[in-house]
Design a protein around this ligand. Structure first.
Ligand code: GCW
Length: 693
């Protein structure tokens, strides 16, 4: 039966009168009706006749095409969750789940879909075998749900093994080579499938000398990783050096319009597909922070991206071309250059020029993964280009996996943002390719927070970010609080002495974890950088406060605080004009001091310290209040965690307890530096007379 249906069955415990093996191998129809020997059937629609119960429970779904018939890339966007009834395809990665006549059924067109269906059952737990459930159809909103590893093969002298990695070494690479034992990579594939992620890039977007060789001499290493991840529906992508043809000695130039260069990429790419037939494609950081790119040859980003796209097209591969392009050698005295404007200024003139297997990968905010930024205006400005949004799961600017910071509420706000106003589509629609007259979607990309740490993510609670990333990529309108509860239930049930999603008999663990994590990103924002102004972190490693750390540097990340006020004037009227990169209504909302949302006030406006926010507080008092409140919240969370001793296994409990001590220390440092800085600049005392050093 297993072979026949391409799936597996869970046999009921045989009753005294039942022959234990009855019907096991009888084929379609048998064992599926009431009283049959199965209570779970996982079946592929493409693998031959189906048991009767699947036909009845799932009536209305069309069978999938034979494997290989579906498009390798391209939009495949349907309802995120629908119900049976139409003549609807289940879709490459989709599944249908139902419980009917005492049998739980999962049906899919592909092995990967079946696997996702299995993980759905894991999430449901015993509920999957309880009352009857009408057929539910699940399929991912975004076809590409990718994690970018910023892993280096060689240990980089400044960045280490993993750039901005806070969970130990790379799970792929160690000291210049592929790890000998790839068992953990296989387990990682399973973890990714459980989260819904279907692609990974195995090396850093900053491609150094050794990593350039992954494309050619060390391709075997990449193929070995692909072999481990393939059973879990995860395809491998590679970050490439745009100047690889020169760096590897193939050609004298990397000019994208040069015939030899085109031939070089075509030949190299063909060899990649010989080794890895389901290779996903290339990721490129070009003309950005010192990485090579087409500008050196007087060509633009479309020329550069199309060169690689042309080489990948015959094999169905894609190029993720990053939009993170700005002048990192800016003169801080020059007030006309605004880093927030850069991606839009570079890329919107190129809309319509990219091949359809190019995906423009845009960071969610216009600057760089700060805890509060507006949504990047590029996302709404490229209707003829496939756009992917890049999120940072690794917590570079959000506590570096030493602080609890559950990022899903922030991501959910980004995905739900409607650039054209409440009646228009949202960011989630753009990345899913679900916009009328828009391009196909480019999906969601996250910078990975995983390393060789036993908990995968350094901070055990940071796993929730990995999970939430995958779940939001699959279903962007999911409630982040519900995803959190789902994660808590899947991660801690045994520890709580329960085996269900309540987190233990009395739900104490779940309640406490929810309280600690749900608004932890809000807490982090309160004790760090106020009102969207950004940065104020220690240059280089980006951990902890340094209010003026970037103020006079070439990086374009300024707050302009003086004795009278703070913030960046990005208005059209008197500032850099960045507000004009948004369509209405946001171009008007952000331009207006009165209408600009408080949390983004200092991103868009330079205001006096006495400026009154919508809640009636002055800016300076808001800074003091939020910094005191943020630290108090950390202290409460720390105590709440301490109470969970015994409910959580000892080792992770101890790890998180130690990390909370560091989080509290660091939060106090933030509070005191930021409050002292603004007290000294403004001379305005705290209205509540609290101690500011
Ligand atoms: O946020 C910055 C990081 C760099 C990173 C860069 C990027 C990989 O500080 O470490 O480089 O963004 O996204 O390319």
């Amino acid at each position: 039966a297993c072979a026949r249906y391409g799936g597996s069955v869970r046999r009921r415990a045989a009753g005294p009168d039942e022959a234990p093996e009855a019907g096991a191998d009888d084929g379609a129809g048998d064992g599926a009706d009431e009283g049959g020997p199965y209570d779970l059937v996982l079946a592929l629609t493409t693998a031959g006749p189906l048991p009767a119960v699947t036909e009845t429970a799932l009536a209305g779904f069309r069978r999938g095409p034979a494997p290989g018939d579906g498009p390798a890339v391209g939009p495949d966007i349907g309802p995120v969750i629908g119900t049976a009834g139409g003549d609807e395809r289940i879709g490459d990665e989709g599944y249908v789940v139902a419980r009917h006549e005492g049998v739980t059924v999962v049906l899919a067109d592909s092995a990967t879909g079946l696997l996702y269906g299995l993980f759905h059952l894991v999430r449901l737990g015993e509920e999957a075998f309880g009352a009857a459930r009408p057929a539910e159809h699940h399929r991912p909103a975004a076809r590409l749900r990718m994690l970018d590893h910023w892993d280096n093969v060689d240990v980089h002298p400044v960045m280490g093994q993993v750039e901005r990695g806070y969970a130990g070494g790379s799970i792929f690479w160690r000291d210049g080579a592929l790890r000998d034992d790839l068992t953990r990579v296989r387990a990682y594939g399973r973890l990714l499938a459980a989260c819904g992620v279907n692609a990974v890039t195995v090396n850093n977007v900053n491609v150094h000398a050794t990593e350039t060789l992954l494309l050619t001499d060390r391709l075997r290493d990449v193929a070995a990783i692909a072999d481990r991840l393939r059973p879990y529906g995860v395809r491998v992508h590679l970050s490439v050096n745009f100047a690889a043809p020169v760096a590897l000695g193939g050609t004298a130039t990397a000019d994208p319009l040069d015939e030899d260069v085109r031939a070089w990429w075509a030949a190299v790419t063909a060899r990649v597909y010989e080794a890895i037939p389901d290779f996903g494609g290339y990721v490129v950081k070009a003309d950005s922070e010192g990485q090579p790119g087409p500008h050196a040859y007087g060509r633009d980003h479309a020329d550069g991206a199309n060169l690689l796209a042309e080489a990948l097209a015959p094999f169905g591969g894609v190029v993720h071309w990053r939009a993170f392009v700005y002048n990192h050698r800016q003169d801080w005295r020059d007030r006309s250059t605004d880093r927030a404007r850069a991606a839009y200024d570079h890329f919107t003139p190129l809309d319509g020029r990219f091949r359809d297997n190019v995906i423009l990968q845009v960071k969610h905010g216009p600057i760089d993964f700060q805890v509060r930024e507006p949504v990047s205006p590029v996302i709404a400005a490229m209707p003829r280009t496939r756009v992917a949004v890049e999120l940072q799961v690794t917590q570079e600017y959000t506590g570096q996996q030493r602080h609890v910071c559950y990022l899903a509420p922030m991501w959910s706000e980004v995905l739900g943002f409607r650039p054209w106003g409440p009646a228009g589509p949202g960011v989630a629609h753009v990345v899913a390719g679900d916009v009328a007259d828009g391009a196909a979607g480019g999906g969601l990309v996250g910078v990975s927070n995983v390393g060789d740490d036993p908990y995968w993510t350094g901070h055990p609670l940071a796993q929730a970010n990995l999970y939430a990333f995958g779940r939001l990529a699959w279903a962007p309108s999911s409630d982040p609080a519900a995803i959190l509860d789902e994660w808590i239930g899947l991660t801690f049930p045994a520890a709580a002495g329960g085996n269900d999603a309540t987190g233990g008999d009395d739900g104490r663990l779940r309640e406490a974890l929810h309280e600690i994590m749900d608004d932890s990103c809000g807490t982090y924002e309160r004790y760090t950088v106020p009102l969207g102004v950004g940065f104020m972190v220690r240059p280089g490693h980006h951990y902890g406060p340094d209010v003026d750390g970037y103020e006079y540097t070439p990086w374009g990340t300024y707050h302009f605080a003086d004795r009278d006020g703070v913030g960046v004037d990005r208005t059209r009227a008197t500032g850099t004009g960045f507000t004009g990169q948004y369509p209405p209504p946001w171009s008007e909302v952000y331009e207006s001091l009165a209408r600009c949302p408080d949390e983004l006030l200092l991103f868009f406006h330079h205001v006096p310290y006495g400026h009154v926010l919508h809640d009636g507080t002055t800016v300076i008092q808001h800074i003091y209040d939020t910094h005191f409140a943020g630290v108090e919240e950390v202290e409460r969370a720390r105590l709440r965690w301490a109470e969970l001793a015994g409910l959580v296994p000892d080792a992770p409990h101890a790890r998180v307890r130690e990390l909370f001590a560091e989080q509290l220390r660091c939060a106090e440092e933030w509070r005191d530096q930021v409050n002292a800085y603004f007290l000294r600049k403004s001379g305005v005392p705290d209205a509540r007379g609290r101690r500011i050093p």
